[in-house]
Design a binder for this molecule. Structure first.
Ligand SMILES: *Cc1c(COP(=O)(O)O)cnc(C)c1O
Ligand SMILES: [Zn+2]
Length: 374
């Protein structure tokens, strides 16, 4: 059961039963804490709501879910042979709205509604805006979404179709954030709202449950704002505390594009935080985030698990997108393809061993990106 919110930087406790954004003392992200003595085993729901005792929504509405979660964990035998390492793909393409942003949106919107919030606003690289706008429509909440002009066209259309107010902005997601700073609605930007992490952390619960309640050796995640990686790390710690898993945690790997790699740079330099990445550009739009708000949490999670951070270039990402379609019959999103490029590079330099079991996340559907050239 949800007990309170805690600042990820200074630990200050906040009331979870009213709308909250950042820490009132140090302006850092807040994370949800639960009374883990009152957590039951997963329910029979074939969605992320099976983990309802570790989700923040106090009374989930069974009519609200679109079936988000419980995506398959698919072996990639051809690439496993080619790269001489055991690769499993958590396939988030098979989820409402076509990207794993649906997890954060389903939980975030449900909790916003429960707290009496009437509308939300957010800047987005596309998929988050689409997911939040559509789930907001389902919940009867207003939404204002700002998006860079080069974000994938399909995500624009999803936002418009949902009845949200859409603002198209030149520049990056940072510029989009500026464009709506005066809009008087609840700010649901990445990590400025505590419950998106809770939705995304269910990927961690699912991976472990689908492996028969054990952890893989490595999890590789395409990192933009880092919410999924932070969420998976949080889920692993909760499961340790619950006694659902034991022993060493998987090594967590953040993958970025060489066109926008603030986390990789900070990791390599041993820095606690990232520096703003100027002129950020990559075709893997979901990971085009020049300065993630939760950079320090991402870096802690990687270091604590003996993980790493790696940048791969857009050319390699495109090649691996084609290679995966040809050899596995799976049309990855560019961000998902980046995880295959990371396996390739990390296996080559020996960071991954032959015996490692590696879970990669395909965070969205390849068909959402018709304009990205192969
Ligand atoms: C948003 C997004 C990411 C990055 O997710 P974060 O949790 O913000 O790091 C990766 N892939 C896709 C397809 C996305 O939409
Ligand atoms: Zn704080």
């Amino acid at each position: 059961m949800l007990s309170h919110l805690e600042c990820a930087r200074c630990g200050l406790r906040h009331d979870a039963d009213r709308p909250q954004n950042l820490c009132r003392s140090c302006v850092s992200p807040l994370v949800a804490r639960y009374d883990l003595t009152k957590v039951g085993r997963p329910t029979q729901d074939n969605s992320l709501w099976r983990y309802r005792d570790v989700l923040p929504v106090r009374v989930p509405d069974p009519h609200f879910s679109l079936g988000e979660g419980m995506t398959p964990l698919v072996p990639l035998p051809a690439l496993s042979r080619q790269l001489d390492v055991n690769i499993l793909m958590k396939d988030e393409s098979l989820i409402p709205t076509g990207s794993f942003k649906a997890r954060g949106a389903a939980v975030g919107v449900a909790r916003a509604k429960e707290l009496g919030i009437e509308g939300i606003k957010m800047p987005t690289n596309g998929n988050a805006g689409a997911a939040w706008a559509l789930y907001a429509a389902r919940a009867g909440l207003r939404s204002v979404i700002a998006m860079p002009e080069d974000a994938p066209l399909i995500t624009r259309e999803e936002v418009e179709a949902s009845g949200a107010e859409l603002r198209i902005v030149p520049g990056t997601i940072a510029d989009a954030a500026q464009a709506i700073k005066d809009v008087d609605l609840f700010d649901a930007s990445t990590l400025k709202e505590p419950y998106r992490i809770e939705g995304k952390k269910t990927m961690g619960y699912e991976i472990v449950e689908q492996l028969g309640w054990r952890v893989p050796d490595v999890i590789i995640y395409p990192t933009g704002g880092g919410v999924g990686l932070i969420g998976i790390h949080k889920a692993l710690h909760e499961m340790l505390e619950l006694g659902w898993i034991k022993g060493k945690l998987p090594r967590l790997v953040a993958v970025q594009s060489t066109g926008c790699a603030p986390i990789v740079k900070a990791f390599d330099e041993g820095a606690a935080e990232s520096a703003f990445w100027d002129n950020a550009f990559t075709n893997a739009f979901g990971i085009n985030v020049p300065k993630p708000l939760g950079d320090f949490i991402i870096l802690q999670a990687i270091r604590e698990t003996n993980g790493t951070a790696i940048a791969v270039d857009d050319g390699q990402i495109q090649e691996d997108r084609t290679e995966t379609a040809r050899t596995e019959g799976v049309f990855l999103c560019p961000e998902g393809a980046a995880t295959i490029s990371a396996v390739r590079a990390l296996r080559k330099d020996g960071w991954l061993n032959q015996n490692d079991e590696v879970v990669v996340l395909n965070t969205g559907a390849g068909i959402k990106y018709p304009a990205v050239r192969l």
